[in-house]
Design a protein around this ligand. Structure first.
Ligand code: AMP
Length: 288
């Protein structure tokens, strides 16, 4: 499947892409992550886009179109991909159509995550991430257990993205409404746009997303096998339902590797599954 995750910055595209990537076994292609890697590695492209990104502006269509055009021909994209942060303008959408059509392919669904601007502002301004493993936190809703320390790898000094300040978020939101939202006109008439309430808890957004793309939890045979340390999944079906809720989302390429494929869970097995120990339940409730 070739899916576009569509929504304002902070709508939850990255979080859902991570879950879908594991559940569907297709890679997340995030132009923001690709560009940040260039900046981090000090490449020519990274130097070119650094200031633009810091200002919350869009980098040129040519740059991102080239990046995606190269990326979608990689072997891991043969069965499909999840686009996160691309296309962001109508010309990018049209270029994507052309590059797919040249291979006899097309987009299967555009999942729109609806979140009001004021919620986006709060989510982004309070977002912090681990500079080492990329785990993502929200200062009040998903804080690390020890202040300023990563739950996942213990690194001290969580960072705020340079474009995650209120001023930059306002600029990014303005760009979204002006340049990105019109993409709905491109995909809407084809019946591809499926709206999902991005205000629901991440587990529900995940279930809704699977439903609107016509899969549903029962179709997620390759459910994410990852669970928080010390906790056994009650069943693969429940692991699919709550894939990364207890772990902050990883943004590292290594963590992006799809989970090993497993056979589809049988309903009977799910019904027989043992309840989780009380201690583990308490722990999981904290991360919700
Ligand atoms: P994101 O991580 O998707 O929020 O992207 C971070 C920044 O990268 C954006 O604010 C833009 O400066 C740049 N960027 C990412 N994707 C695109 C794109 N498709 N077109 C133009 N600029 C992009």
């Amino acid at each position: 499947m070739r899916i576009i995750l569509f929504g304002a910055p902070g709508a939850g595209k990255g979080t859902q892409a991570k879950r879908l990537e594991e559940a569907l076994g297709i890679p997340q292609l995030s132009t923001g992550d690709m560009l940040r890697a260039h900046v981090r590695n000090g490449t020519d492209l990274g130097r070119e886009v650094d200031a633009i990104m810091k200002a919350g502006h869009l980098v040129s269509d040519d740059i991102v179109i080239r990046m995606i055009s190269d990326r979608i021909t990689a072997p891991d994209c043969a069965k499909g991909f999840l686009l996160d942060g691309f296309p962001r303008t109508v010309p990018q959408g049209e270029a994507l159509d052309r590059m797919l059509a040249a291979r006899g392919l097309a987009i299967d669904a555009v999942v729109g995550l609806d979140v009001p601007d004021e919620v986006v502002r709060d989510r982004i301004v309070q977002r912090r991430s681990c500079p080492k493993c990329g785990a993502v936190y929200h200062l009040s809703k998903l804080p690390p257990k020890v202040p300023d320390t990563c739950d996942r790898c213990g690194t001290k000094g969580l960072e705020q993205r340079t474009d995650d300040t209120l001023e930059k978020v306002n600029a990014r939101l303005e760009k979204f409404h002006k340049d990105t939202a019109p993409l709905v006109q491109l995909y809407g008439p084809r019946g591809l746009v499926k709206s999902v309430d991005g205000m629901s808890p991440p587990d529900e957004v995940f279930e809704s997303t699977l439903r609107v793309i016509g899969i549903g939890l029962s179709g997620v045979g390759k459910a994410p096998a990852k669970v928080a340390a010390g906790r056994k999944p009650a069943s693969r079906a429940s692991a699919a339902r709550k894939p990364a809720a207890r772990k902050p989302a990883a943004r590292t390429p290594a963590a992006r590797k799809p989970a090993a494929r497993k056979a589809a869970p049988k309903k009977k097995a799910a019904a027989k599954a043992k309840p989780r120990p009380a201690k583990a339940k308490k722990k999981s409730a904290r991360r919700r």
